[in-house]
Design a protein around this ligand. Sequence first.
Ligand code: ZN
Length: 297
Amino acid sequence: MNQKEGRKMSDFRINKMLFPGGKRKALTLSYDDGVKQDRRLVELMNRYGVKGTFNLNTACFGREGTFAVNGRIVDDSTIAIEEVAQLYEGHEIATHASRHTALTGCGSAGLYEVLKDREVLEGMVPYMVTGHAYPFGMYDQDVMDMLRGAGIRYARTVISTEEFNLPQDFLEWHPTCHHVNPRLMELAKRFCEHDGSGRDGRQPLVFYLWGHSYEFDRVDNWHVIEAFFSYIAGYSDEIWMATNGQIVDYVTAHRNLVFSVDGSRVYNPNAQTMWIGSKNNTEVFEIPAGETRRIME
Ligand SMILES: [Zn+2]
């Protein structure tokens, strides 16, 4: 191999995955249990252009109740089934076990909990429902295998990484942090000011925030999430606001890209445009669906 070819191969190895529009960062949210406070959260998300995934328990819709905390009474109700499609429009709905059952050690009953959610939720939206959040954060290898068999492609844990890496396995998707994390704004600042190179220099960054919207009422801290959205929105030119499913779709499709043996050309067999960045961060390549593009001289 001569020197020129050697350079080409090293350039090829460090092409970077970029998100749509050539962006190097994405923000996604994941909120659980389908409670009425989701109305206020969705309104805030829509105002700031933030996207997210809402993990719902289909046997728990329409529950009415209250919760006493520090002498205050807060709503502890879930939304009605009729409200789901409209409330979460523009976002994503996903499974969270029909009756909010911990799926560890419950065998085929757990499979039913997830398939039931898929069946009911897919009756409300035009897309396939293939996301999940583990109830109580409980999961093991058996549960992950079961979810895979149930057609679930990605599932969120409750293990905060305080990092911005894409997961190795989307069925074990650890979030960046919960919204009560005292370092929330510090993490937001680190994310927004980051140069955009991920774990191995090849992957884009994801800030993955999770929680339950009823917590904002219980702790009386809606200002925390609004401050976070407001800060992030200031960087919206650089951040892809996406649902969990949109990120999984894009990353999965990106793995289908086909490179020529010398790394100079790439073929995009997918139905959506893919984006690649060059070694030195200076070039952004857009590869339209079904097309081949030259990515180096
Ligand atoms: Zn839950």
